[in-house]
Ligand binder design. Structure first.
Ligand code: HEC
Length: 123
């Protein structure tokens, strides 16, 4: 009887490891990033800044941002976008792909490209 009880406890504990993996995917964590990715009405405040806040500012903020690239305010994002460095980093084009953990979903990169092509508006 005691042995059965112990195996049930062990089985329950192990099942947590499997269950916990389910939510560990991008779509479940950030539904706004890929599932509902909308390439119409791409604005800085509505689309670009939220992606930067979700995927980039963990490293690119504060007084010593990674690579000296600050992505927390429009002016500095504008500078990096104008030079072409932003799109190059998103596409891993000649520089390390950003975020380093793996490229953003294609639709999000399309949103960035639409915004850059529109002239990098502060809207
Ligand atoms: C886990 C930390 C981390 C995250 C998240 C991250 N970066 Fe970076 N980024 C770095 C580091 C470290 C460097 C400097 C070294 C390098 O280029 O790899 C860098 C460099 C850069 C550069 C300069 C590239 C160059 O070679 O001059 C740009 C632009 C950039 N990141 C943009 C972004 C954008 C946009 C995002 C979000 C989509 C992002 N990063 C997410 C750590 C990060």
């Amino acid at each position: 009887m005691k042995r059965i009880y112990i195996s049930i406890v062990v089985a329950v504990i192990f099942s947590f490891f499997f269950v916990s993996c389910y939510y560990d995917n991008e779509e479940a964590l950030y539904p706004t990033l890929s599932n509902t990715c909308d390439t119409t009405n791409v604005t800085y405040s509505g689309k670009i800044a939220p992606i930067l806040n979700n995927s980039c500012t963990g490293c690119h903020s504060g007084s010593i941002p990674s690579g000296s690239i600050l992505l927390t305010n429009f002016a500095s994002v504008q500078t990096i976008a104008s030079s072409g460095l932003l799109m190059n980093a998103l596409n891993g084009n000649g520089v390390n792909v950003m975020p380093p953990s793996g490229s953003l979903p294609a639709c999000n990169k399309t949103q960035f490209q639409i915004w850059v092509t529109a002239g990098i508006p502060n809207n």
